[in-house]
Ligand binder design. Structure first.
Ligand code: HEC
Ligand code: HEC
Length: 139
Protein backbone atom coordinates (compact mmCIF):
# COMPACT_ATOMS: atom_id res chain seq x y z
CA UNK A 1 0.00 0.00 0.00
CA UNK A 2 2.79 2.31 0.98
CA UNK A 3 4.55 1.54 -2.29
CA UNK A 4 1.48 2.31 -4.35
CA UNK A 5 1.05 5.60 -2.54
CA UNK A 6 4.70 6.39 -3.18
CA UNK A 7 4.52 5.75 -6.97
CA UNK A 8 1.31 7.68 -7.39
CA UNK A 9 2.90 10.54 -5.49
CA UNK A 10 5.78 10.49 -8.00
CA UNK A 11 3.32 10.29 -10.90
CA UNK A 12 1.40 13.22 -9.51
CA UNK A 13 4.48 15.33 -9.03
CA UNK A 14 5.72 14.47 -12.56
CA UNK A 15 2.31 15.42 -13.90
CA UNK A 16 2.25 18.72 -12.06
CA UNK A 17 5.79 19.64 -12.98
CA UNK A 18 5.16 18.83 -16.66
CA UNK A 19 2.14 21.10 -16.62
CA UNK A 20 4.33 23.81 -15.15
CA UNK A 21 6.97 23.17 -17.85
CA UNK A 22 4.37 23.17 -20.64
CA UNK A 23 3.35 26.62 -19.56
CA UNK A 24 6.82 28.11 -19.62
CA UNK A 25 8.40 26.44 -22.72
CA UNK A 26 8.37 28.45 -25.98
CA UNK A 27 7.42 26.62 -29.18
CA UNK A 28 10.26 26.21 -31.67
CA UNK A 29 8.37 27.99 -34.45
CA UNK A 30 7.57 30.86 -32.12
CA UNK A 31 3.85 30.77 -32.83
CA UNK A 32 0.77 28.83 -31.84
CA UNK A 33 -0.16 25.63 -33.69
CA UNK A 34 -3.06 27.21 -35.54
CA UNK A 35 -1.21 30.42 -36.35
CA UNK A 36 0.08 30.65 -39.95
CA UNK A 37 3.80 31.47 -40.22
CA UNK A 38 4.89 33.29 -43.39
CA UNK A 39 7.86 31.77 -45.24
CA UNK A 40 10.78 34.06 -45.91
CA UNK A 41 10.23 35.59 -49.32
CA UNK A 42 13.46 34.54 -51.06
CA UNK A 43 12.41 31.45 -52.98
CA UNK A 44 10.70 33.17 -55.88
CA UNK A 45 10.12 31.43 -59.17
CA UNK A 46 12.38 32.96 -61.80
CA UNK A 47 11.10 33.34 -65.33
CA UNK A 48 13.48 33.07 -68.27
CA UNK A 49 15.63 29.96 -68.72
CA UNK A 50 18.75 29.49 -66.60
CA UNK A 51 21.91 28.22 -68.25
CA UNK A 52 22.70 24.61 -67.32
CA UNK A 53 25.57 24.19 -64.86
CA UNK A 54 26.90 21.10 -66.63
CA UNK A 55 26.01 19.43 -69.89
CA UNK A 56 23.96 16.53 -68.46
CA UNK A 57 21.96 18.65 -66.03
CA UNK A 58 18.18 18.22 -66.30
CA UNK A 59 17.06 21.73 -67.29
CA UNK A 60 15.41 23.72 -64.51
CA UNK A 61 11.72 24.46 -64.90
CA UNK A 62 11.09 28.10 -65.88
CA UNK A 63 7.42 28.05 -64.84
CA UNK A 64 5.34 27.21 -61.77
CA UNK A 65 4.44 23.53 -61.22
CA UNK A 66 1.95 23.96 -58.37
CA UNK A 67 -1.04 23.11 -60.55
CA UNK A 68 0.45 20.14 -62.40
CA UNK A 69 -0.37 16.83 -60.82
CA UNK A 70 1.90 13.86 -61.38
CA UNK A 71 0.85 10.56 -59.84
CA UNK A 72 0.65 6.89 -60.76
CA UNK A 73 -2.07 7.46 -63.37
CA UNK A 74 -1.96 11.11 -64.41
CA UNK A 75 0.85 13.33 -65.62
CA UNK A 76 -0.12 16.92 -66.42
CA UNK A 77 3.37 17.77 -67.67
CA UNK A 78 2.79 15.55 -70.65
CA UNK A 79 -0.22 17.60 -71.76
CA UNK A 80 2.32 20.18 -72.93
CA UNK A 81 5.67 18.41 -73.19
CA UNK A 82 4.83 15.07 -74.80
CA UNK A 83 5.71 14.97 -78.49
CA UNK A 84 2.02 14.60 -79.33
CA UNK A 85 1.14 17.97 -77.69
CA UNK A 86 4.29 20.07 -77.60
CA UNK A 87 3.83 21.59 -81.04
CA UNK A 88 0.40 23.04 -80.45
CA UNK A 89 1.25 24.00 -76.83
CA UNK A 90 4.40 25.75 -77.96
CA UNK A 91 6.42 23.91 -75.29
CA UNK A 92 9.81 22.21 -75.65
CA UNK A 93 9.35 18.55 -76.61
CA UNK A 94 10.78 15.86 -74.33
CA UNK A 95 14.13 14.75 -75.72
CA UNK A 96 14.65 11.24 -77.09
CA UNK A 97 16.14 10.02 -73.79
CA UNK A 98 12.65 10.31 -72.27
CA UNK A 99 11.32 7.77 -74.78
CA UNK A 100 13.89 5.08 -74.20
CA UNK A 101 13.41 2.22 -71.77
CA UNK A 102 16.27 0.86 -69.73
CA UNK A 103 17.04 -1.79 -72.38
CA UNK A 104 17.50 1.01 -74.90
CA UNK A 105 14.29 0.33 -76.84
CA UNK A 106 12.70 3.38 -78.48
CA UNK A 107 9.12 3.96 -77.30
CA UNK A 108 6.24 6.12 -78.54
CA UNK A 109 5.10 6.97 -75.01
CA UNK A 110 7.25 8.40 -72.23
CA UNK A 111 9.39 5.77 -70.50
CA UNK A 112 8.43 4.62 -67.01
CA UNK A 113 11.88 5.69 -65.81
CA UNK A 114 10.99 9.28 -66.82
CA UNK A 115 7.43 9.39 -65.52
CA UNK A 116 8.05 11.34 -62.30
CA UNK A 117 9.41 14.52 -63.87
CA UNK A 118 10.11 16.27 -60.57
CA UNK A 119 12.53 13.56 -59.59
CA UNK A 120 14.99 15.30 -61.93
CA UNK A 121 13.48 18.67 -62.88
CA UNK A 122 12.86 21.34 -60.26
CA UNK A 123 11.49 24.86 -60.61
CA UNK A 124 14.30 27.37 -60.83
CA UNK A 125 14.90 30.06 -58.22
CA UNK A 126 17.75 32.48 -57.76
CA UNK A 127 17.87 31.79 -54.03
CA UNK A 128 20.73 31.94 -51.52
CA UNK A 129 22.61 28.62 -51.12
CA UNK A 130 21.11 26.50 -48.32
CA UNK A 131 24.57 25.29 -47.37
CA UNK A 132 27.73 27.25 -47.96
CA UNK A 133 29.67 25.58 -50.78
CA UNK A 134 32.33 26.14 -53.42
CA UNK A 135 30.43 24.74 -56.42
CA UNK A 136 31.33 26.21 -59.79
CA UNK A 137 29.61 25.38 -63.09
CA UNK A 138 31.70 23.32 -65.51
CA UNK A 139 32.68 24.91 -68.81
C1 HEC B 1 0.60 24.50 -69.93
C2 HEC B 1 1.73 23.88 -70.60
C3 HEC B 1 2.86 23.31 -69.71
C4 HEC B 1 2.75 22.39 -68.71
C5 HEC B 1 1.49 21.71 -68.17
C6 HEC B 1 4.09 22.15 -68.24
N1 HEC B 1 4.99 22.91 -68.95
FE1 HEC B 1 7.01 22.89 -68.79
N2 HEC B 1 7.18 24.35 -70.19
C7 HEC B 1 6.12 24.88 -70.92
C8 HEC B 1 6.63 25.91 -71.81
C9 HEC B 1 5.79 26.74 -72.76
C10 HEC B 1 8.03 25.97 -71.60
C11 HEC B 1 9.03 26.91 -72.26
C12 HEC B 1 9.12 28.18 -71.44
C13 HEC B 1 10.21 29.09 -71.89
O1 HEC B 1 10.99 28.72 -72.76
O2 HEC B 1 10.31 30.19 -71.31
C14 HEC B 1 8.34 24.97 -70.59
C15 HEC B 1 9.61 24.71 -70.15
C16 HEC B 1 9.93 23.62 -69.34
C17 HEC B 1 11.29 23.17 -69.04
C18 HEC B 1 12.59 23.80 -69.54
C19 HEC B 1 13.10 23.06 -70.76
C20 HEC B 1 14.42 23.61 -71.24
O3 HEC B 1 14.93 23.07 -72.25
O4 HEC B 1 14.94 24.57 -70.67
C21 HEC B 1 11.18 22.09 -68.22
C22 HEC B 1 12.31 21.27 -67.63
C23 HEC B 1 9.77 21.87 -67.99
N3 HEC B 1 9.03 22.81 -68.67
C24 HEC B 1 9.27 20.87 -67.18
C25 HEC B 1 7.93 20.72 -66.87
C26 HEC B 1 7.43 19.80 -65.87
C27 HEC B 1 8.28 18.87 -65.03
C28 HEC B 1 6.07 19.94 -65.86
C29 HEC B 1 5.07 19.25 -64.95
C30 HEC B 1 5.33 19.36 -63.51
C31 HEC B 1 5.71 20.93 -66.85
N4 HEC B 1 6.87 21.39 -67.42
C32 HEC B 1 4.41 21.30 -67.19
C33 HEC B 1 4.80 24.51 -70.81
C34 HEC B 1 4.27 23.63 -69.88
C1 HEC C 1 15.74 10.56 -64.67
C2 HEC C 1 15.75 12.00 -64.77
C3 HEC C 1 14.67 12.68 -65.61
C4 HEC C 1 13.30 12.51 -65.54
C5 HEC C 1 12.51 11.59 -64.62
C6 HEC C 1 12.73 13.42 -66.52
N1 HEC C 1 13.73 14.13 -67.13
FE1 HEC C 1 13.49 15.60 -68.51
N2 HEC C 1 15.49 15.70 -68.78
C7 HEC C 1 16.44 15.02 -68.02
C8 HEC C 1 17.78 15.34 -68.51
C9 HEC C 1 19.08 14.78 -67.95
C10 HEC C 1 17.61 16.24 -69.60
C11 HEC C 1 18.69 16.85 -70.48
C12 HEC C 1 19.37 15.81 -71.31
C13 HEC C 1 18.40 15.08 -72.14
O1 HEC C 1 17.70 15.69 -72.94
O2 HEC C 1 18.31 13.87 -71.94
C14 HEC C 1 16.16 16.45 -69.73
C15 HEC C 1 15.56 17.26 -70.66
C16 HEC C 1 14.23 17.66 -70.64
C17 HEC C 1 13.65 18.69 -71.45
C18 HEC C 1 14.37 19.53 -72.49
C19 HEC C 1 14.40 18.79 -73.78
C20 HEC C 1 15.21 19.52 -74.81
O3 HEC C 1 15.46 18.93 -75.86
O4 HEC C 1 15.62 20.67 -74.55
C21 HEC C 1 12.33 18.79 -71.11
C22 HEC C 1 11.29 19.73 -71.68
C23 HEC C 1 12.08 17.79 -70.09
N3 HEC C 1 13.25 17.11 -69.83
C24 HEC C 1 10.86 17.58 -69.47
C25 HEC C 1 10.58 16.47 -68.68
C26 HEC C 1 9.24 16.07 -68.27
C27 HEC C 1 7.97 16.83 -68.60
C28 HEC C 1 9.38 14.92 -67.56
C29 HEC C 1 8.29 14.03 -66.98
C30 HEC C 1 7.40 13.43 -67.96
C31 HEC C 1 10.81 14.61 -67.47
N4 HEC C 1 11.49 15.56 -68.19
C32 HEC C 1 11.37 13.55 -66.76
C33 HEC C 1 16.18 14.19 -66.97
C34 HEC C 1 14.92 13.71 -66.62
Amino acid sequence: MKKIFFTSAIAASVLFSSIAVAQSVETLRGAGVAEPVAVEDVFQQDEGRFTRNYRQQPPLIPHSVDQYQVDLKANRCLSCHDWTNAGERNAPTLSMTHYQDREGNQLDTVAGTRWFCNQCHVPQADAPALVENTFEPSN
